[in-house]
Design a binder for this molecule. Structure first.
Ligand SMILES: CC(C)(COP(=O)(O)OP(=O)(O)OC[C@H]1O[C@@H](n2cnc3c(N)ncnc32)[C@H](O)[C@@H]1OP(=O)(O)O)[C@@H](O)C(=O)NCCC(=O)NCCS
Length: 428
C-alpha cells in the first residue's frame, strides 16, 4: 500500500455517477464537529435508530473519526445532512493458518429513504471497492443488515453464526470440572484487560477481526445509546495462575415469575477452553434464571456437549455473518494457509472487472503459490463464491449444488475447507 486509506480521495467514477444524479460525493472532515454530526445523524436514521443524543454524537465523534468517512449530499436540501453514508478502514482479518491480512472493512452504508433506488449505494460501494483495489488491499469485508444486497458487488457469505436459547431449568452442567476464578467487575475497571483478551481471541480465530477500542468496548459493556445500561453485568475469568482469559457481559431481564429471569448475553469471549467452560457454567447455573439467550456464536459452539439434555440447548437460528469480497486473487490466496496440499486452476469471474482471471493455485506444505495461467480450469466460479470459501467455511458443496461453482467442487472443497470453521463473533 503506497497511500493510507484515510487520505484516499473519492473515487472519480463514483463522483461522476453521483453528479449525474444531481448529487455530490465528498469525504467528510471528521474533525469538523458540525459536518460529522450531520453524517452521524444520517447514519443513525438510515438504520431506523432514534435521533442520537448529545452523548451518542460525542461518542461517535470520539470513536469513529479515524475511519474514511464518505457522504453523498443533495445540495438543495436545507438541512445539509447527507443522503448517503459509508465509512471504511483497514482491519486485520485472521485467515486460515493464523496470519492477519489487512481487509477493507466497510460499514454504515445507508441511503436516505427519500433518495433510495437512484443508484447512490451502487456509487458508494463501487467507489469503496475501486479505492481499496487501487491501494492494493486484497479483500473487502462487511456485516450486513439484509443478505440480498451485496452479492451484486461480488461479496459472498464467508462465516456463519448461531443463536441459542438454553432452558436452564431443564439442563444440568455436563462439561466436567471447571477451574480458575470468576469475579464481577465494572467496564471502566476492566476495559484495558478486556480489550487485550479480545485481541488475543480475535487474533487466534480465522474470520475474526482486530477490534478498535470502540468495537471492543461495545462487547465489554454498554456504550452511549445502549438501552437500560444499568442492567448490564460483567464477569471476568482468570486462570488459576491469574491470567485474564475471558469475560461475559450480560443483562438479566425479569419476568412475572421471580424464579424465571432471562439472561441475554451481550458477549462471551474466551481465550482458552477453561475460560469457555467456566463462563458457560456460570451462566447456566445462575439462580432465579430459566433461560439464557446468546447470539453471534460460532457454528461449532460446544454448548450441546456442555449440557445434560442436548435438546435443552436449542439453536434458534443460523445466519450468514461476515461477507468477503476478494479484490486480488493471488494476494488473498497466498495470504492464507491450507490444511491439505494440492493444485487447482481457478477461473474467477468478476463482473466489476477487479479480480477476475485464471489462476493456478499450488499448495505445498500448506503454503500457496499462485500464478496466472491459460490452462483449462478445474473450477469456474464468480468472485462472490471465492469469497464464500476463502476463510474455510464448509460452503463449496452447497454452492456447487446451486451451480455457483462449476467443475471439480470436491477438489476445491478439499483445499479450502478448514477443520475448525471460521467465525466472526461481533458486528461492525
Ligand atoms: C440498502 C441501501 C443502502 C440501498 O441504497 P440505494 O441507494 O437505494 O441502492 P441503489 O439504488 O444503489 O441500488 C443498487 C442495486 O441494489 C438493489 N438493492 C438496493 N437495496 C436493496 C435491498 N434492500 N434489497 C434488495 N435489493 C436492493 C437495487 O435494486 C439495485 O439493483 P440493480 O443493481 O439490479 O439495479 C438502502 O436501501 C438503505 O439505506 N437501507 C437501510 C440501511 C441498510 O440496510 N443498509 C445496509 C447496511 S449493511
Amino acid at each position: 500500500m503506497n497511500q493510507s486509506y484515510e487520505n484516499a480521495p473519492v473515487d472519480e467514477q463514483s463522483a461522476h455517477e453521483v453528479e449525474e444524479a444531481g448529487l455530490r460525493l465528498a469525504l467528510v472532515d471528521t474533525s469538523d464537529a458540525e459536518a460529522f454530526d450531520k453524517w452521524l445523524r444520517a447514519d443513525q436514521r438510515g438504520f431506523h435508530s432514534g435521533a442520537p443524543s448529545k452523548e451518542v454524537l460525542a461518542e461517535g465523534r470520539a470513536t469513529l473519526a479515524d475511519r474514511r468517512t464518505t457522504a453523498v449530499y443533495d445540495d438543495l436540501l436545507p438541512s445539509r445532512e447527507p443522503v448517503g453514508t459509508v465509512n471504511s478502514w483497514v482491519a486485520p482479518l485472521t485467515v486460515p493458518g493464523g496470519d492477519r491480512v489487512g481487509a477493507w472493512a466497510i460499514s454504515s452504508v445507508t441511503v436516505a429513504p427519500t433518495h433510495r433506488r437512484r443508484g447512490i449505494a451502487r456509487a458508494l460501494l463501487g467507489g469503496e471497492l475501486r479505492t481499496a483495489h487501487a491501494l492494493g488491499v486484497p479483500l473487502a469485508i462487511l456485516t450486513v443488515s439484509e443478505s440480498v444486497i451485496y452479492g451484486r458487488w461480488g461479496f459472498g457469505p464467508a462465516t456463519f453464526v448461531s443463536d441459542w436459547s438454553v432452558d436452564t431449568k431443564r439442563v444440568r452442567w455436563a462439561g466436567g470440572p471447571t477451574t480458575g476464578r470468576l469475579s464481577f467487575t465494572e467496564p471502566d475497571e476492566y476495559r484495558e484487560t478486556g480489550r487485550a483478551v479480545l485481541d488475543a481471541v480475535m487474533a487466534a480465530r480465522p474470520g475474526e477481526i482486530g477490534l478498535s477500542p470502540y468495537l471492543s468496548d461495545r462487547l465489554i459493556g454498554p456504550v452511549a445509546g445502549t438501552e437500560n445500561p444499568e442492567r448490564y453485568r460483567l464477569v471476568r475469568y482468570d486462570s488459576p495462575s491469574g491470567e485474564p482469559e475471558g469475560f461475559v457481559s450480560f443483562a438479566v431481564k425479569g419476568s412475572d415469575d421471580f424464579v424465571r429471569h432471562t439472561v441475554e448475553v451481550n458477549h462471551l469471549t474466551a481465550a482458552t477452553d477453561e475460560a469457555l467452560t467456566a463462563l458457560w457454567r456460570f451462566l447456566l447455573e445462575l439462580d432465579l434464571v430459566a433461560e439464557v439467550r446468546a447470539g453471534v456464536l460460532g457454528v461449532d459452539e460446544p454448548l450441546p456437549a456442555l449440557v445434560s439434555d442436548i435438546r435443552g440447548a436449542a439453536v434458534t437460528g443460523i445466519r450468514d455473518h461476515l461477507w468477503v469480497r476478494i479484490l486480488d486473487v493471488p494476494a488473498a490466496l497466498t495470504a492464507r494457509g491450507y490444511e491439505r496440499d494440492g493444485e487447482l486452476v481457478l477461473d474467477v469471474v468478476d463482473d466489476l472487472g477487479l479480480a477476475g482471471g485464471r489462476f493456478r493455485l499450488s499448495v505445498t506444505d500448506g503454503v500457496a503459490t499462485v500464478s496466472e495461467t491459460a490452462d483449462a480450469p478445474d473450477v469456474t466460479l464468480p468472485v462472490a463464491s471465492l469469497g464464500s470459501v476463502y476463510l474455510g467455511h464448509d460452503f463449496a458443496r452447497a454452492l456447487g449444488v446451486a451451480g455457483r461453482i462449476e467443475g471439480d467442487v470436491t477438489a476445491l472443497d478439499r483445499l479450502f475447507r478448514t477443520a475448525v470453521p471460521p467465525r466472526l463473533s461481533t458486528w461492525f
